[in-house]
Design a protein around this ligand. Structure first.
Ligand code: ZN
Length: 347
């Protein structure tokens, strides 16, 4: 009998990926990507159009992978998802549009005979990093937004309604000019510490201290014009040790530290896996800044924040592999909102 294969998706705020996950080897054997049809990319599209475009891109990805009629589908979604596969919000996709979306039911219209599992993207990715079935860990993504999930005894803890695990929408900046988050509120962690925030923080700093920017290596490269700054340039200068870029990165790293310290204070988890495009682009020195900010936010009981934070090693594949492992595991433990027989991967 062939090993079952799962069509896996990781929907991101900027880019969506899909893959074919092989249950036997625990690996993604083929993958494809598409730019996500988000409200940033299509600012004039209506809320309903954006939702239909998302499902159209999911279908295109399946066709590109040569699996237009999959039997097993596991999709990680960038927002809180309840046990019925309904997404409560998706600010990185749909901005302020706050209507819940029945993602699992909509996928079932695409593929009526498939077994479908929809989960939060970080709940999926966390399964990629678990070293054993009972491990406690916190997985964090620092990309177009910020997300996290705490896993206790190997399970993501999100509460009965599925609203937990959303530090990206915790308010950390109460100043009058706090940046506006994709969700529409001001000063959320996702607005001050994410990939989308880096350029914003750089422009803020350049406006506040124009002479320091003009004297910096980026100021020389851009001939004193901060409007040309982008994340790739800032990350490159930061990795090369540029002091001005380091000050910009301080501004995105520092608000995250106390929030992680709060998680440690509450549940005591001591392994924090940080993934996402910005975290990987900035690298280990960024993690050190987050660790310093976390360490000074709580009392010292012997914990070592420089050891507790690590970069997620799977890169872009974490969300896909995690979605595959989550569905395999859900079938094994018979604990999702699907009839057990639909999730029996051995049939
Ligand atoms: Zn928000």
């Amino acid at each position: 009998m062939d090993e079952p294969r799962i069509l896996v998706f990781d929907i991101g705020g900027t880019c969506s990926r899909a893959g074919v996950y092989d249950v036997g080897s625990g690996r993604v054997v083929r993958s494809a990507r598409l730019e996500t049809p988000s409200f940033h990319r299509f600012p004039r599209a209506s809320a309903d159009e954006l939702r239909s475009m998302l499902y159209a891109s999911v279908r295109v990805l399946a066709e590109r992978l040569g699996d237009p009629s999959p039997r097993l589908v596991s999709l990680g979604f960038p927002g809180p998802v309840n046990a019925q596969g309904i997404a409560l919000r998706a600010p990185t996709l749909w901005g302020r549009d706050d209507r819940p979306e029945p993602v699992a039911a909509s996928l079932r219209q695409l593929w009526p005979t498939a077994s479908i599992l929809v989960s939060n993207d970080l709940s999926a990715a966390g399964h990629c990093f678990l070293r054993h079935d009972e491990e406690d860990l916190c997985v964090i993504t620092v990309s177009s937004g910020i997300g996290h999930k705490v896993f206790l005894n190997g399970r993501p803890v999100v509460g009965e309604a599925g609203r937990g695990g959303e530090i990206g929408h915790l308010r950390v900046d109460f100043s009058a000019d706090a940046p506006v988050c994709d969700c529409g509120d001001k000063g959320h962690l996702g607005a001050v510490s994410s990939g989308r925030a880096l350029r914003h923080q750089a422009l803020r700093l350049a406006r506040l201290h124009p002479a320091a920017f003009v004297d910096s290596s980026l100021g020389h490269i851009l001939r004193g014009d901060p409007s040309q700054l982008d994340n790739a340039l800032i990350a490159e200068a930061f990795r090369a040790g540029d002091p001005w870029a380091s000050r910009v990165v301080d501004r995105v790293a520092e608000p995250l530290g106390p929030v992680l310290a709060g998680i440690h204070c509450v549940v005591g988890v001591e392994r924090f896996v940080v993934m996402g495009g910005l975290a990987h682009a900035l690298g280990e020195r960024y993690l050190e800044k987050v660790a310093t900010a976390a360490a000074r936010s709580e009392w010292a009981l012997g914990q070592d924040w420089y050891r507790m934070l690590e970069l997620g090693e799977m890169g872009d594949d974490a969300g896909l592999v995690g979605a595959g492992r989550l569905m395999s595991r859900a079938a094994r433990f018979d604990r999702v909102a699907e009839p057990a027989d639909q999730l029996d991967l051995t049939s």
